[in-house]
Design a protein around this ligand. Structure first.
Ligand SMILES: Cc1ncc(COP(=O)(O)O)c(C=O)c1O
Length: 394
């Protein structure tokens, strides 16, 4: 079948491929130690679920305005202002089917062939494909494990060309957990603004930061609105991945263009989910605090466990819920790369990890700690055992 060239420029999300292989084994009854999921293992908080039930009972089951219902757009702007000190208004906000859809739609409206998009590596798997779909070119900007994978203004500066149209910054990062310090983020922003480059800040993990880190948004820095696009999501913060509610905060011209595209594609995000989202953003945040405390405990356990395995190094993630160890010392000797390692770990140890190749950094693998301490310990045992056996066989 002849498909459009733009479809052939992209591939299915590699994380989805890993999860599908794991699901197949699970269906056969395998006891998986699963470090794969990019989603909270916590249920959506009860008060949010109840708001959805209320919306159903009140018959809120019809089409909604394309950019989302007014009270939700207001709630997003107010919540963002209260959390981070930003100052967005309703015409600067669109509700989307998750942040993934917000970014995809924004790129469809902004990018065309010849444009370049700077993507700090390691990167979330979907960015390059979304860029390629539009015909523009993704340009990886390497960050260094020695700096904890934190993006620096000088790395960005070196990568800028006259074709650069967008820089994506995802802090805290999926997959590395790196958090860009606020002063460095401002420097990066000033660099972009001076060159008329849009800075897309992907804030999906904003509330999961550990130790001395505090949630912040570049959009909260006074005077920082021009040339910023804020992509946000309720998926991770409120454990609402399946509800598919995200948003973009941006100049009204872009919001109008995205509304046009949304009106000709999905019409609107699910009505019931939008009403549940209002409750999430206006209700208590104590479940978010509780999730953060538990992720922090798990982070400490998984990082110390990984570091105790010979030949494995691991940067301490400042945020999100992923550990991103370097396992390159264990490659070679029949295991060509991280993808081959992930495959053999799944087959021989029923251990699910996502190979670093997918994130633009071969030699690493991503372990999600959105799973219980007990399962983390079981997974670490399996990993250690596998590497010890592989070493013995060398
Ligand atoms: C960095 C990053 N951005 C965006 C998303 C998309 O989230 P959603 O579409 O569920 O809002 C994800 C999901 O894994 C992510 O990791």
């Amino acid at each position: 079948m002849k498909l459009a060239a733009r479809v052939n420029r992209i591939s299915i999300s590699p994380t989805a491929a890993v999860l599908a292989a794991a699901e197949k084994l699970r269906a056969q009854g395998a006891d998986l130690a699963d470090f794969g999921p990019g989603e909270p293992d916590f249920p959506t908080p009860e008060h949010i679920r109840k708001a959805a039930v209320r919306a159903l009972e009140q018959g809120r089951t019809k089409y909604t305005p394309t950019p989302g219902v007014g009270p939700l757009r207001e709630a997003i702007c107010n919540w963002h202002a209260a959390q981070f000190g930003s100052s967005y208004t309703v015409p600067e906000c669109i509700v989307t089917a998750g942040a993934k859809h917000a970014i995809f739609n924004a790129f469809c409206c902004l990018l065309e062939a010849g444009d370049e998009v700077l993507i700090p590596a390691p990167f979330w798997v979907s960015y390059p494909d979304m860029v390629q779909y539009t015909g523009a070119t993704p340009v990886p900007v390497m960050t260094d494990a020695k700096d904890g994978f934190r993006l620096r203004a000088e790395d960005v500066s070196r990568a800028i060309t006259p074709k650069t149209r967008v820089l994506i910054v995802n802090s805290p990062s999926n997959p590395s957990g790196a958090v860009v310090p606020e002063d460095e983020f401002v420097k990066i922003y000033e660099l972009c603004r001076a060159k008329n480059i849009w800075l897309l800040t992907d804030e999906c993990y904003s509330h999961f930061v550990y130790g001395n880190e505090k949630p912040y948004s570049l959009a909260g820095v006074p005077g920082s609105k021009p040339y910023i696009l804020v992509a946000g999501s309720l998926s991770k913060t409120f454990a609402m991945t399946g509800w598919r509610i995200g948003y973009l905060l941006a100049p009204p011209e872009l919001i109008s263009a995205m509304t046009k595209v949304q009106s000709q594609s999905i019409s609107n995000p699910t009505s019931i989910a939008q009403y549940a989202a209002i409750e999430a953003l206006t209700g208590p945040m104590d479940t978010v605090t509780a999730m953060l405390a538990e992720y922090s405990r798990r982070r400490d356990r998984i990082v110390s466990g990984l570091r105790a395995i010979p030949g494995v190094t691991c940067v301490e993630p400042g945020g999100a819920f992923y550990a991103y160890p370097n396992i390159s010392a264990h490659l070679g000797n029949g295991i060509a790369d991280a993808t081959a390692l992930a495959k053999v770990l799944l087959e021989k140890q029923h251990l699910v990890v996502v190979p670093g190749d997918a994130f633009g950094t071969p030699g690493y693998m991503r372990l999600s700690y959105a799973t219980s301490i007990e399962r983390i310990e079981e997974g670490l045992r399996r990993l250690e055992k596998f590497f010890a056996m592989a070493e013995a066989a060398r």
